[in-house]
Design a protein around this ligand. Structure first.
Ligand code: CTP
Length: 424
């Protein structure tokens, strides 16, 4: 996340701050001030319930403009305020977001100003939930959050701690500094650089599935989120992207070329076909290292005997691509580790002859397989320093990895042109 206060100036950015009704409403004033300190212009909308916790006058005084609660109110100067309010801003931020507003957003209910604003929003949306722990943990709330995530809403999860109601657990509004920091992060990545134009990225994504018999297989917990985030981010930055997808539990980004490679052998074959066209290869898939030595044709019947499964090694796709690379191909691998992360990662970078290795300690909270976030360390062949990054969304992590790829490409181009100047 961005440093707080940020070095960057956000004076060209407009934020719509929506406040829904909970005890944490008073903290929204600090969020507003933090955004203003960074240079953002902030307009505020409140739900009727929020006004019972804090008067709109507070936010009117701080923001210097009318606070919209009800767009049908006679004092509202704009007859289509929910459209102008939501479509002329760079970010819609809801802090605090109650269980009720989350449920309404997830289900497309538009029965007041804030919910209509959400439905009409064209800007990215960030929500900072705050509620009682039991409400937060309720399957209905978690289901609604999952819907919002898949709709592209960014969620800053609440902190754990003592709540106003006396219970202890997750549900407390994230600190205003963190909310501001994440909002600024989103605002700063909006103007994404088109620094991968001309690059052709080939990326493996997801888990492989190794069949034992017609109904059973060996696989792993990879969802494909990190790989798809990389594919989406690279495409945003101008690369042509081909994804060789194993088994994934999330949808691929639109507009990438998809090739399927469900088993390690199919993925291997697909990569060998596609690699001549690539200028960057990223191995983000969790490829099985072993597969059953034989696939049994008919379903294996149980008996009282022990069943011994003989496994054989699969081809190391990443190792093979790196060993046979042409000069300009950049090769990036992943390493999921549980101990001595840096040591194992450094070894893997060297042994496999990679340009970058993205390591994660899968034992850490919010890292690794099937999570929305990741905690990564990037190692580069060009530097002895490891770039250790804090927990962040997989999309943000993807952009950080691509930043390093761009940096390596620039170094490579500079050294090639220095060599050719030297030869003249
Ligand atoms: N990989 C691959 N083909 C395989 C296995 C892994 O391309 N058959 C790639 C993965 O996509 C990932 C990297 O290699 O980028 C992981 O390296 P690997 O040495 O296989 O890691 P682990 O399986 O975790 O190795 P180890 O068990 O030795 O820790």
């Amino acid at each position: 996340m961005a440093n707080y206060p940020p070095d960057q100036n956000f004076s060209d950015k407009k934020v719509a701050l929506g406040i829904s009704g909970g005890i944490a409403c008073y903290k929204a004033a600090e969020v507003l001030r933090g955004l203003q300190r960074a240079g953002c212009a902030v307009r505020v909308a409140m739900t009727k319930r929020a006004c019972e916790f804090v008067q709109p006058l507070t936010f009117r005084a701080l923001s210097g403009s009318h606070v919209i609660v009800d767009d049908y109110a006679p004092d509202n100067p704009d007859p289509i305020a929910h459209i102008t309010f939501s479509q002329t801003v760079d970010l819609l931020l809801i802090a605090p977001a109650t269980a009720n507003i989350i449920a309404k957003f997830a289900n497309g209910v538009a029965d007041d100003f804030l919910t209509s604003t959400y439905l009409a929003a064209t800007a990215p949306v960030l929500i900072a939930p705050a509620m009682n722990t039991t409400m937060w943990q309720h399957p209905a709330t978690q289901r609604n959050l999952e819907i919002l995530r898949s709709d592209g809403v960014r969620i800053l999860e609440p902190d754990a701690g003592e709540m106003a109601c006396g219970t202890i657990g997750p549900g407390r509004l994230s600190e205003p500094e963190r909310i501001v920091s994440m909002a600024l992060d989103i605002l700063s990545t909006q103007s994404v650089a088109r620094d991968l134009v001309g690059e052709r990225l080939l990326i493996t994504v997801g888990a492989t599935r190794e069949e034992i018999d017609p109904v059973r297989f060996i696989s792993n917990r990879s969802s494909g989120r990190m790989g798809f985030a990389l594919a989406a981010a690279a495409q945003q930055r101008g690369a042509e992207v081909t994804v060789v997808a194993g088994v994934t539990t999330v949808d691929p980004p639109p507009k990438v070329t998809l090739v399927s490679g469900h088993s390690a052998a199919e993925m291997h074959a697909a990569v060998l076909t596609e690699i001549p066209k690539a200028s960057i290869f990223i191995a983000a898939a969790a490829v099985a290292d072993y597969r059953p030595a034989t696939r049994v044709v008919n379903k294996i019947k149980k008996s009282d005997e022990q069943l011994v499964l003989t496994l054989e090694r699969t081809a190391d796709i990443l190792g093979e691509v790196a060993a046979n690379r042409h000069d300009k191909l950049l090769v990036i691998g992943f390493a999921a580790e549980t101990n001595d992360v840096l040591h194992h990662a450094r070894e893997k970078l060297r042994q496999k002859n990679l340009d970058l290795l993205v390591a994660n300690d899968v034992t850490q909270d919010g890292a690794g397989f099937d999570t929305q976030t990741n905690v990564i360390t990037i190692l580069s062949r060009a530097s002895d320093e490891a770039l250790e990054l804090p927990r962040m969304s997989k999309l943000d992590a993807a952009h950080r990895i691509l930043d390093e790829i761009v940096r390596l490409r620039r170094q490579q181009t500079n050294s090639l042109s220095a060599t050719s100047r030297g030869q003249q």
